[in-house]
Design a protein around this ligand. Sequence first.
Ligand SMILES: NC(=O)c1ccc[n+]([C@@H]2O[C@H](COP(=O)([O-])OP(=O)(O)OC[C@H]3O[C@@H](n4cnc5c(N)ncnc54)[C@H](O)[C@@H]3O)[C@@H](O)[C@H]2O)c1
Length: 260
Amino acid sequence: MAAVLDGRVVIVTGAARGIGQAYAKGLAEQGATVVAADILPCEETVGMLGGDSLGLKLDVTDMASCAAMAQATVEAYGRIDGIINNAAMFGPSAVTEGARMLPFDEISEDAWQRMLTINVTGTWHACKAVVPAMRAQGYGKIVNISSNTIQLGNPNLLHYVVSKGAVATMTRCLARELGPNGIRVNTLVPGFIQSQASKDIMRENHAEGITDAMKSICSLGREQYADDLVGTAVYLLSALSDFVSGQMISVDGGACFTGM
Ligand SMILES: NC(=O)c1ccc[n+]([C@@H]2O[C@H](COP(=O)([O-])OP(=O)(O)OC[C@H]3O[C@@H](n4cnc5c(N)ncnc54)[C@H](O)[C@@H]3O)[C@@H](O)[C@H]2O)c1
């Protein structure tokens, strides 16, 4: 039986680890040819994918790096059907300090700028890079990754939450601009995921109580994992969602019901 993403070429940014790695694996299982791109090495992810897949070094803050990612994808596979803009300053790594929790007036200018540059400018760059190929095809799927922190207004993460609000807003504007070209743009809104990154953030900030607090507002009453997001990502990248654009789709077990 044909899988829903058979024949589709999809880029996942921030795919070296965590949730991005789960998207890459889930999309490949549904037949997609996956391009895994990250500022960290993607060998581990590519090794999990099987079939034809590509790992690329990417810095979303650099437009030239995003353009090179799109060019390498088209050279390898002749098209770009979709992208998940998952790369973000979230967990600490060799290249970012991650989202440190601080009162809004103690966030450094530097951390504020880096957060917005990676999460917002980086998403814009990646969209600009893939849209020419999608326009030429008259078809494409862009999935931007936000966070239900924009609905909850979580304290002590203002730079991160503001950046994810901007991503959701970008989706709506791009859905209008790109709809005439057959390009669908949607926002996937995860709840609090038990990824390595969120565990590192909780440990570094002595905030382990977040897991129970999030569980207590979740209608389904349990912790959330990266794999919980994959089905909706597959749907948004498949033909099943071809008349869906500009939407914020929450996948948080029923924690938040309201829009922005
Ligand atoms: N974990 C959660 O609770 C949660 C909740 C809501 C939304 N999200 C979002 O989901 C996504 C993945 O989160 P995660 O928990 O896997 O965190 P993570 O920190 O492990 O993932 C972010 C990825 O982006 C990459 N990255 C960072 N800067 C980059 C750059 N300049 N260029 C290219 N790649 C870069 C990192 O190397 C990493 O692989 C992020 O967008 C995050 O904001 C996470």
